[in-house]
Each structure stands twice: as structure tokens, then as C-alpha cells.
Design a protein around this ligand. Structure first.
Ligand SMILES: NC(=O)c1ccc[n+]([C@@H]2O[C@H](COP(=O)([O-])OP(=O)(O)OC[C@H]3O[C@@H](n4cnc5c(N)ncnc54)[C@H](O)[C@@H]3O)[C@@H](O)[C@H]2O)c1
Length: 322
């Protein structure tokens, strides 16, 4: 199969692309190398993918509607995995218009190109943040999700809803996967796992919100990538599916695990939780298990150890941090 993976130069996109290539698919990676975090990281991710002959990188912007329409006519993709996005929950508060432009309008450009060209399946990366402050724990997909707390998640929720229209009107197979705090090798440097490791190694001060009394349903990236590929392989009409681990961990515990594997202490400063942040995320993954055969198997202890192994080898030894 020939698959378009947007965000292929990023964290999750590079893992999904790698797995698709390993099983023999052709992958066209799509990314604009957005500078939200250092683009050297993204070039390093792409270099891994370029070891496969069946990979090609297409450097382009999700906002370039005509360019996307032309690309789909040229390539005739069998499926789309749409992971490209501006993805910073707090960053979105500072520049909501750009988030809506890239995350909502950019997604619509791709969905149009997919429907005009009869693409068999469209998998979209949504987020646990769409649940806002729901009181229903664990989070279940049929929650209304209409009190979304910030523009990033609002744009993602809007795409989920638009996906239904595209399925209903144009017969597009559309699956939205709600990711839950994905971590692992190649993690975005702005995410907690990476910030913690930086703090332990370099002594950098980092905020620990509410003294670490927050819960996240941390999901190891290999599990997430397997779930994405399972969704790509199963056109389901229209579905929204949680792709978490289903076992939240207290932030304080996550810190302890990282400090233990790293053999050092992070430089933590307790601060109140920002308004945009949720106190807890917790996925009910029954639907993912049933519809996708999804079965996350990397425990938080193992995942933190694997993250640290990668960090130690790639970040410390290359002195990229300094
Ligand atoms: N990492 C998580 O915990 C998490 C949680 C929930 C949802 N998600 C979603 O998963 C997807 C992948 O996230 P990630 O953690 O790998 O982030 P990432 O930032 O590493 O990857 C996103 C990629 O999209 C690219 N991009 C940004 N703007 C673009 C544009 N205008 N045109 C083309 N490409 C553009 C970036 O350059 C980047 O390489 C995103 O859609 C994100 O919203 C991630």
C-alpha cells in the first residue's frame, strides 16, 4: 500500500512511518519542518526513514491547499495517516489563529484531497484534551466533549466533527484516534518526559504542577503506533477511538521513575496547574480493544526505561542539549 503520513518528521509520525516501511508499505512523508522545536530533531528522524528505499519525503505545508490537491492526483494514495499539526496545548493559547489554520483548515485540505481521489481510509490524530474537565472517568468516546478548554483541542474536536460530515456526505472512511500523552524515543523536547530528563542532566528548573498531583494516561509510542496502523488497516466508516494505555500514573510517580533510571534528581519547582491543563486523563480503551485489536503492552516502568536509554544514547552522547 502507498500511505501518506503527515507529520512524518515529528515524534509519532516517524515511528508510524518506520513501522509501515518495516512491513513493506511505501510511505510518502509530508511535513513542513515547523520550527516549534529544533528542526535538527526532525531531520534526524527523517534520516532514519530515508534508510528505507520505499520512503520519500515531501516537504510542504498543510495550509497549501492547491499543493495538496496536486500531490494526491500525482500519487494516488491508498490511505492517509494525518499526524501533522501544531501540537502545543499551552502554545496554542498564545496563537490560536495559527492553530486553527494548521490543525483545522489544514486537515480539511487533506480530507478534500482524500475524497476527490477516492482514498480508502483516513486516520486522524486527535487528543485526550478534547475531554476538557469532564467528570466521567475514565473517558469514554461518547462523552459530548463540547466544553473544550483551549484552541488546540477545540481545533482537533472540530476536525472530528467535520470527519463525520465527510463520511456522511462523501463516504470517506474516517477514524479519529484520541492519543493520551505519548512518550518514548524521539519525544518532543517540550514534553514532560524530555523536560524531566533535561532537568536531571543539566539541572534546568522545571515546573511541577500542583506538586505532581496530576494524573496522565502515559502511552508508550510503540503502542500508539501499533494502534494507528491497526486503524489504518480497518476502514470503519466513521469512528472516534481512545488510544491511551488505560492506566493513569500520578505525575509524582512518573518523576520518581525517571529519577530512578537516570540516577539523579530533577530540579522541580511547584507551581499551580495552568488553566488549560487537565487534572487527570484516563482512557477507557474498550473500544480500541474491540474494534482495532489494540493491546498496549509497555508498562510505565518499562517505557520510562526505554525512553531513558534513547535519551542517554542520543541526547547526552551527541551533546545536542548543550
Ligand atoms: N505526543 C502526544 O502526546 C500527543 C497527544 C495527543 C495528540 N497528539 C497528536 O499527534 C500528532 C503527532 O504529535 P507529535 O507528538 O508527534 O508532534 P510533533 O510536533 O513531533 O509532530 C507534528 C509534525 O507536524 C509538522 N507540522 C506542523 N505544522 C505543519 C504544517 N503547517 N504543515 C505540515 N506539517 C506541519 C511538524 O513539523 C511536526 O514534525 C499531532 O497531530 C498531535 O496533535 C500527540
Amino acid at each position: 500500500m502507498k500511505i501518506l503520513v503527515t507529520g512524518a518528521a515529528g515524534f509519532i509520525g516517524s515511528h508510524v512511518s518506520e513501522k509501515l516501511l518495516q512491513r513493506g508499505d511505501t510511505v510518502v512523508g509530508f511535513d513542513n519542518f515547523d520550527p516549534y522545536y529544533p528542526i535538527e530533531r526532525k531531520h534526524a528522524n527523517v534520516a532514519i526513514l530515508q534508510q528505507h528505499q520505499a520512503f520519500r519525503m515531501h516537504t510542504a505545508d498543510l495550509r497549501d491547499r492547491q499543493g495538496i490537491l496536486d500531490l494526491f492526483v500525482q500519487e494516488q494514495f491508498d490511505g492517509v495517516v494525518h499526524l501533522g499539526a501544531l501540537a502545543g496545548v499551552r502554545d496554542a493559547i498564545e496563537r490560536p489563529a495559527e492553530y486553527v489554520d494548521v490543525d483545522l483548515n489544514g486537515s480539511q485540505n487533506l480530507m478534500d484531497a482524500a475524497r476527490f481521489n477516492g482514498v480508502g481510509n483516513f486516520v486522524f490524530s486527535s487528543t485526550s484534551s478534547v475531554y476538557g474537565d469532564t467528570e466521567r472517568i475514565p473517558f469514554v468516546e461518547d462523552d459530548p466533549c463540547d466544553r473544550v478548554k483551549q484552541p488546540y483541542a477545540a481545533a482537533k474536536r472540530a476536525v472530528e466533527i467535520l470527519g463525520y460530515s465527510y463520511h456522511y456526505l462523501y463516504d470517506l472512511n474516517f477514524t479519529a484516534l484520541r492519543f493520551f500523552t505519548v512518550y518514548g524515543p524521539r519525544n518532543r523536547p517540550t514534553m514532560m518526559a524530555h523536560l524531566l530528563a533535561d532537568s536531571i542532566v543539566l539541572g534546568k528548573e522545571i515546573a511541577l504542577y500542583d506538586g505532581g498531583d496530576m494524573y496522565r494516561d502515559w502511552t508508550y509510542v510503540e503502542d500508539t503506533a501499533d494502534g494507528v496502523i491497526a486503524a489504518l488497516d480497518r476502514p470503519l466508516g466513521y469512528e472516534i477511538i481512545n488510544l491511551g494505555r488505560g492506566e493513569p500514573t500520578q505525575l509524582k510517580r512518573f518523576v520518581e521513575l525517571m529519577e530512578t533510571v537516570a540516577g539523579g534528581r530533577a530540579n522541580l519547582v511547584t507551581q499551580p496547574r495552568p488553566a488549560a491543563d487537565m487534572q487527570r486523563t484516563f482512557a477507557d480503551i474498550t473500544k480500541a480493544r474491540t474494534l482495532l485489536g489494540y493491546d498496549p503492552h509497555v508498562s510505565i516502568e518499562e517505557g520510562v526505561r526505554l525512553f531513558w536509554e534513547w535519551y542517554e544514547k542520543n541526547m547526552i552522547q551527541t551533546e545536542e542539549l548543550l
